[in-house]
Design a binder for this molecule. Structure first.
Ligand code: ATP
Length: 351
């Protein structure tokens, strides 16, 4: 049996609104498990149900083989980290971290050792006596992390802990969180709506949409092998070819004939770009003209107007020379293995 299991969890608010709709998942010991999805999809509701801050309408949650739903929140031994840090401004860093240990009747000497260790782990060892008010957002969130870990929780829950930080710090701290989590080896459930963050930090990602699970998988599985159109569009960028004669001609070049496909799609980085007169072997092509060339340094996003709609091609290392001008006739190279197809129910179709 898995370490944490959620079975058929449903949560209704009032009589009509269903925030969680039959969610089932399993998290293993030591795993970094991320709930990813757009605002309102039910991530926080699921996290709060595991913490015990709200009760499910129906369903089961077990931790280490035991029913968790009957355990009051303060006895669940779960550490939580919140978006808004939730540090006490009038308490020193040390006392903030020690806070959760006092009601547990931990002896003073052990408190000292454990808090010191937790502060070392988040690299705040030298700041134990400071007041949080004089510290940066990133440092305050490290206090939050130390406070969650110091109780030796059976589970760590983090609800968008980085969203109040600026972009650079977010990247730094997410790597630290990942390293610390692997060191302490505590199963962690992490909530974010940031797909890049989820890909960077997780052992596995659970993509949610409207109270349901779309897909659970490792980051490469979620990105490279999305099972629904929602996952493919939410994680990464996706071109959808407009239905019609141009798409049919493209598919014909590849010898593909599949009925009941609702959408043919491809990721920008799987496509290529060539001049009209270049001979390409091995890829079908679609004629177009450059609409926009967006230079981003290490890559460029090129928007190409084609008879199958506006297609974005991502070019790695655009360099200094080959910028393309709007209006330039080009062709988009579409390798067979770049194509992903989805059916009318939005499920992936293998072809
Ligand atoms: P966000 O990223 O915006 O926090 P989320 O995926 O975490 O989104 P939830 O906070 O779980 O989403 O909310 C899911 C849905 O349930 C939302 O539509 C929200 O408005 C609704 N909801 C949450 N809590 C309550 C409540 N106490 N009463 C009524 N509706 C609620």
């Amino acid at each position: 049996m898995s370490y944490l299991t959620v079975s058929n969890a449903t949560k209704r608010f009032g009589t009509s609104f269903t925030a969680l709709d039959g969610v089932s998942l399993a998290v293993e010991r030591g795993e970094f498990f991320t709930l990813l999805g757009p605002s309102g999809c039910g991530k926080t509701t699921l996290l709060r149900s595991i913490a015990g801050f709200n009760d499910l309408t129906s369903g089961d949650i077990t931790l280490d083989g035991a029913n968790l739903r009957i355990v009051p929140p303060h006895q669940r031994d779960i550490g939580m980290v919140f978006q808004d840090y939730a540090v006490f401004p009038h308490l020193s860093v040390f006392d903030n971290v020690a806070f959760g240990l006092k009601p547990r009747k931990v002896p003073a000497a052990e408190i000292k050792t454990r808090v010191t260790q937790a502060l070392e782990a988040v690299r705040l060892g030298a700041m134990a006596e400071r007041l949080p008010a004089a510290m940066s957002g990133g440092q305050q969130q490290r206090i939050g992390l130390a406070r969650a870990m110091v109780i030796n929780p059976r589970l760590l829950l983090m609800d968008e802990p980085l969203s109040n930080l600026d972009a650079k710090l977010r990247i730094e701290l997410r790597e630290e969180i990942r390293d610390i989590q692997k060191q302490v080896d505590i199963a962690t459930i992490y909530v974010t709506h940031d797909q890049e963050e989820a890909l960077a930090i997780s052992d596995r990602i659970c993509v949610m949409n409207a109270g349901r699970i779309e897909q659970v998988g490792t980051p490469p599985e979620i990105y490279g092998n999305p099972q629904t159109r929602f996952v493919a569009e939410f994680v990464g960028t996706l071109n959808t070819f407009t239905q019609g004669a141009a798409l049919e001609a493209l598919l014909q070049q590849m010898g593909i004939k599949v009925m009941s496909v609702a959408a043919w799609t491809a990721r920008p980085e799987r496509l290529g770009l060539a001049s009209r007169d270049e001979q390409l072997s091995g890829a079908a092509t679609l004629d177009g003209t450059i609409a926009k060339f967006i230079y981003l340094g290490r890559e460029a996003h090129v928007q190409v107007e084609t008879a199958a709609g506006m297609i974005v091609v991502q070019i790695a290392n655009p360099g200094m020379t080959r910028t393309r001008e709007p209006g330039e006739p080009v062709k988009v190279a579409v390798p067979r293995e770049a194509l992903m197809a989805f059916g009318a129910d939005n499920a992936r179709i293998e072809w």
